[in-house]
Design a protein around this ligand. Structure first.
Ligand SMILES: Cc1ncc(COP(=O)(O)O)c(C=O)c1O
Length: 368
């Protein structure tokens, strides 16, 4: 008997678990006759701000827009530098380039794949306008260290929380410690829409006001633009309603993700596979990433054993095509190594115990 492969993710399983509720939500919004910037979004923004434990939430079209609008809100512009990491899939870099600023990349800590805060001060210059930290794979950056360095330099911190909805440390939610937190609700995220979606959170009323204008042409009131840099980037009513329906389930899903991650960390004992670190509240296991010197051979072996994998991410931002120019950024040692060695295993709340066991067994029988 051939077994179904273990998928990297399967969104049908999640939605099937509350199919009737989902249908009712879709029908309600369809019947309402109001599809953009209405009551559904207002309700979700309130719920999500409360969930995060902060004052304001602003729904936008996707996570990359959230990062770009955050930079616009703090008036980042050509000539400015924004410090960030180069191993997080280009999203922050795309946003930095979109406002005409230049990224300045910091290397990562090999054990966590997060920004190496010891190296952060050296990346800050007089041109630095902001620091974007990414809570990559669902693991929270040590914000105390970042905020201290940022305060000394007098620059704001923007948090990219696209992979870390619900992560907490010392009671504080990822995204609420810097000036602005940026979320994506891309369908595979820990809290995912059934299409594109994003949001920003902030405790600062002035930033909230600016972000609300920036997401809609710079308007203060209808057809009256009062600030430059405005866009059209709105979270629509349908996505907001689906997200509001799913939000009460987020903590439970994150618990299950952590259980899967903990089972992998206990169960995978192959000496050539380095497992991910511990699963505390500050890790919501968006992705479970292992590393191996023979990553591509391991990937092929797992494929042959019916286990889907992916690589997040294979190319450092500074090595992407748009940087292949004379003054390219210097390579960063740990970022380079991670790009060559990381491998993402299936990790999602609806995985069965049998699937988790099959992934572990497939790793342990590798002859690499
Ligand atoms: C770390 C990170 N930042 C930003 C984004 C961008 O989000 P979106 O795809 O909604 O633009 C993503 C996901 O795609 C992400 O994983």
């Amino acid at each position: 008997m051939t077994m179904e492969p273990v998928p990297l993710n399967d969104l049908r399983r999640q939605n099937a678990a509350f199919a009737d509720e989902l249908s009712a939500v879709l029908a309600r919004v369809a019947a309402s006759g109001w599809y953009v910037l209405g009551r559904e979004l207002e309700a979700f923004e309130r719920m999500f701000a409360d969930y995060c434990g902060t004052a304001h939430c602003i729904g936008v079209a996707n996570g990359t827009d959230a990062l770009e609008l955050a930079l616009r809100a703090i008036s980042a512009q050509p000539g400015d530098e924004v410090v960030t990491v180069a191993n997080a899939g280009m999203y922050a870099t795309v946003a930095i380039r979109a406002v005409g600023a230049t990224p300045s990349f910091v290397d990562i800590v090999p054990a966590t794949y997060l920004m190496d805060t010891d190296r952060l001060p050296a990346a800050i210059s007089r041109a630095t306008k902001a620091i974007i930290v990414t809570h990559l794979y669902g693991r929270m950056v040590d914000m105390r260290a970042v905020l201290e360095i940022a305060a000394r330099a007098g620059v704001p911190v923007i948090e990219d929380v696209a992979q870390a909805h619900g992560a907490r440390r010392d009671g504080a939610h990822a995204g609420t410690l810097g000036a602005i937190g940026c979320f994506s609700f891309y369908p595979t995220k820990n809290l995912g829409a059934i299409g594109d979606g994003g949001a920003l959170v902030t405790r600062d009323a002035a930033l909230d006001e600016r972000l609300r204008r920036l997401r809609q042409y710079g308007w203060a009131t209808k057809y009256v633009a009062t600030i430059a840099g405005g866009r059209n980037s709105r979270l629509d009513e349908l996505q907001a309603a689906v997200l509001a329906m799913k939000l009460p389930r987020l903590n439970q899903w994150n618990r299950r993700r952590r259980e899967v991650a903990a089972a992998y960390s206990r169960g995978i004992t192959h000496p050539g596979i380095q497992t991910a670190g511990p699963s505390g509240e500050d890790y919501v296991a968006h992705l479970y990433v292992v590393r191996s010197r023979s990553r591509d051979a391991l990937r092929m072996h797992l494929h042959e054993h019916g286990v889907a994998t992916d690589v997040h991410y294979p190319v450092p931002d500074y090595a992407q095509f748009l940087y292949l120019q004379p003054r390219a950024h210097a390579a960063l040692e740990e970022t380079e190594r991670a790009a060559a060695e990381v491998l993402t295993l299936p990790c999602f709340p609806e995985m069965t115990a049998d699937e988790v066991d099959r992934v572990i067994a497939a790793c342990n029988v590798w002859k690499g």
